[in-house]
Design a protein around this ligand. Sequence first.
Ligand SMILES: [Zn+2]
Length: 427
Amino acid sequence: MIRRTAALLCALLLPLSAALGEEDGELYMEEIVEDVLLDEEGDEVPLPEEPASAQVTEGFTPSYGSRYDPLPGEKNYWTLPMDITDEQAVWEMLMAPITVVDIGKKSGEKVQTYLYREPDEDSLKVGVVTCESQGVRVLETREDGWSLVECYSSSFHGTKVEAWNLLVSGYIPTRYLKQVEPNPSLGIVVDKLTQRLYIFQDGKLLTTLLCSTGIAMWNGSKYQPYNETRSGEFLLMSKVGTLVSDRLLCDMAIRFNSGDMIHEVPHVENADGTNNYSSTEFKLGTKCSHGCIRVQRNKTPEGINMGWIWSQLKSGSRVKFVIWEDWQGRQIETPAADTPLYYNPNKGQYYHRSDFCYSARKVTFQPFTYGQLEEEPFAGLEPCPYCVPPIRESAIAAINEAYAFGGDHDELLTSLRAGYYEYLEEN
Ligand SMILES: [Zn+2]
């Protein structure tokens, strides 16, 4: 609630002080009490029901739901607004050291430990953290050998602490904390709101790939809230290879958080031995996995796909891998109307972001603009699954409506999280 208030005030202060005159700016800041703004006579000025979406979006960081405000000088994954267009800031975040937990066990990235409610191993377990690969936000280093940290709980199926991808804080022995320098040339961001994977190399956004993160679901016999992909900052650790999940084969799996991996979009094998992606590939760009992150195999115009990521990584490369939480209230911006797009006038099925595309290497495309996308002959074109152009305005509007401030984009997950709050209350 404190942070919500702070976000509202940030959104409101600028226009308010501008409206009331500069010399009064400081006075009005001091008169703000709780959620109420006072005008000159001391009467309540009602707050708008919800701030404008653009202002809300600017305020969202990975620690948006935290009980703790940014520490003095804190500048890291937890405090950086989730804005992929700020290339320099994202790059600095990807290159910043990460604090991980090391309890001295081999294959640490598969091992998990707990955060405690008090600086005491006999107190209640309030969160789960994965060793070696998961970053934690250090809030306080105490003289009694304990630290207060925060992270999204890495609660998987069967855990005692059912904090399904909830931002939790708790105590851990300080001797377990270790700072790691990430890989200096490569970093990756996954945004659960846009269902895109952004590859940064040497300070620049190299390309954007379609992905699918996990989704809580009812599978016919049980609820699976642990399928929601856990957000946070991680290090890509071990190259695992091919995973088999049900009948699906997931190639090029790389572990980043205990059971969570990134891998190529899954396939089944046809009778003739070829790969068949028809049941999974069309879902890229939407949530649909059991927690792993599925990545496109089609090459972007830059020649990048999951195979490229696999080829760049050696086990132990420690590439920083960041997952941005899709906080309710975040919104996707509509691209400018003059954003260039391309199509094949000779019965092309897709619209493209580039005049070269691996989906039609020998075709010469015609340019048009994003502003024309709802007009003929462009209205029936689909977004190209190779070059990943911006999605249509109507699709953006549907996402923004689901994520509108005050709503709930995942009521099932919300209801299944209730058990965790009962567990905290009862203990
Ligand atoms: Zn294309």
